[in-house]
Design a binder for this molecule. Structure first.
Ligand SMILES: NC(=O)c1ccc[n+]([C@@H]2O[C@H](COP(=O)([O-])OP(=O)(O)OC[C@H]3O[C@@H](n4cnc5c(N)ncnc54)[C@H](O)[C@@H]3O)[C@@H](O)[C@H]2O)c1
Length: 383
């Protein structure tokens, strides 16, 4: 297949590009380096330096013999995106090209506006590029479990049946996100649903939980092929921050009561899920929504897990609750369904002690590069 990966330089986009190229697909990775630029602006550089997209593709070809085409282009610019569609004619597009940091979207007007216009324009332009230049193309869009928020009822897989005054209908499951970034993903879903109904597009919207890990079949070939690994408060997700804190000898910072529960998954499982979605495209006029995570943990549970494994490795890990910079429920009901991808064949890689040990070992060899100033929260929701 001809597969276009938007956001192909990112944490998920780069391993995805390598995985599809290794399976013999023709792949183009598209990126405008937005994340690299924001990381520089906010002093949030990754722990492991990454060669740029063009260099990475060259290194990958040298070690594997598989080619990844690259394009430095802005998906929020319609002309740039449509030029790529005219040249490449994708069968499937995997859309990762968004500003994904919740804290960044909450700093001030400029960062909120940049997140809003980048994310909505990238999705809107993609919809129109597919409609105009590749109407058969299957869009696989990365959404987030954060779109649903933390309602006091079970979270269904995308849709909910509602009975009202004796009549029944099916609707998008109610979404109530906890940051402007997550709200842009809610708006993306609504946009996609509108255009699926109206123009008969084919779309899979993957509601993904936080991803952890560095190791994939291809990134293990050469350390220069590892995905970006952020541990700061802007781009670092909670698992990465805890792992780095454990190694740096800084107490694991639990925000508030630590009862915040979410569904997590291993990077290897993101690759499986995206491949399962691409391999079974939906019919025209269908929006398929799948909840993409394999196990759920509270923040306290995660901290205790990292502490237990770290202590076995002699790290003397401490845990410290700090004031929550976010506005979110810290103790709540959470039961999210996630059958769809399992029924399609997902074989989960769970967060075992061995997996945590391997991630800690990757960080220990880079201990000298950790900058503890990057770890503590710099952004408050009620600024
Ligand atoms: N990583 C996670 O834990 C996670 C969890 C849930 C959902 N997601 C979603 O998955 C997607 C990818 O996340 P990630 O962690 O790889 O983030 P990332 O920031 O590492 O990757 C996104 C990439 O998209 C690029 N990009 C952004 N806007 C662009 C534009 N207008 N044109 C071209 N390129 C653009 C960035 O430069 C970056 O390289 C995001 O949409 C995110 O919302 C990620």
């Amino acid at each position: 297949m001809k597969i276009m990966i938007l956001g192909g330089d990112g944490y998920l986009g780069w391993p995805t590009a390598m995985a599809f190229a290794s399976k013999g697909h023709e792949v183009i990775a598209v990126d405008n380096y937005l994340r690299r630029n924001i990381a520089l602006e906010t002093s949030s550089e990754p722990l492991i330096p990454c060669p740029n997209l063009i260099e990475r593709a060259d290194i990958f070809q040298a070690v594997s013999n598989y080619k990844i085409k690259t394009a430095i282009a802005d998906c929020a610019d319609y002309l740039q995106l449509t030029n790529l569609f005219r040249d490449f004619h994708p069968d499937a597009v995997i859309h990762y090209a968004e500003q994904p940091s919740a804290p960044y979207s909450m700093i001030d007007f400029q960062t909120a506006q940049k997140t809003f216009s980048n994310n909505l324009n990238a999705t809107f332009n993609l919809i129109w590029a597919v409609k105009e230049f590749a109407p058969e193309c299957h869009i696989v869009k990365l959404g987030t479990m954060g779109e649903y928020g933390t309602p006091d009822i079970d979270i269904e897989e995308g849709w909910i049946d509602i009975e009202h005054n004796g009549r029944k209908d099916t609707f998008l499951y109610p979404r109530q996100a906890g940051s402007l970034y997550h709200t842009t993903k809610v708006l993306d879903t609504d946009l996609l649903w509108f255009y699926v109904r109206t123009y008969g597009l084919r779309v899979t919207d993957l509601m993904q939980g936080p991803v952890y890990g560095l190791s994939t079949a291809e990134s293990d070939l050469d350390t220069r092929l590892l995905p970006n690994f952020h541990y700061d408060d802007i781009f670092g997700t909670v698992v990465n921050r805890f792992l780095v804190q454990a190694v740096a000898g800084v107490p694991l910072t639990v925000y508030g009561k630590g009862g915040q529960t979410r569904g997590y998954l291993n990077l290897k499982d993101t690759l499986q899920c995206v491949e399962l979605a691409v391999d079974s495209p939906v019919k025209k006029g269908e929006l398929r929504i799948l909840n993409q995570f394999t196990e759920q943990f509270s923040v306290n549970h995660l901290a205790e897990k990292v502490q237990a494994v770290g202590n076995k490795m002699g790290l003397k890990v401490k845990i410290e609750a700090i004031e929550n910079p976010r506005k979110e429920k810290e103790d709540h009901y959470y039961n999210a369904k996630h059958h769809g991808l399992m029924e399609m064949g997902l074989k989960p890689h769970y967060m075992t002690d061995e997996v945590v040990t391997k991630m800690l070992e990757e960080i220990i060899i880079r201990k000298d590069q950790i900058d503890p100033k990057k770890i503590m929260p710099r952004v408050k929701w009620n600024n």
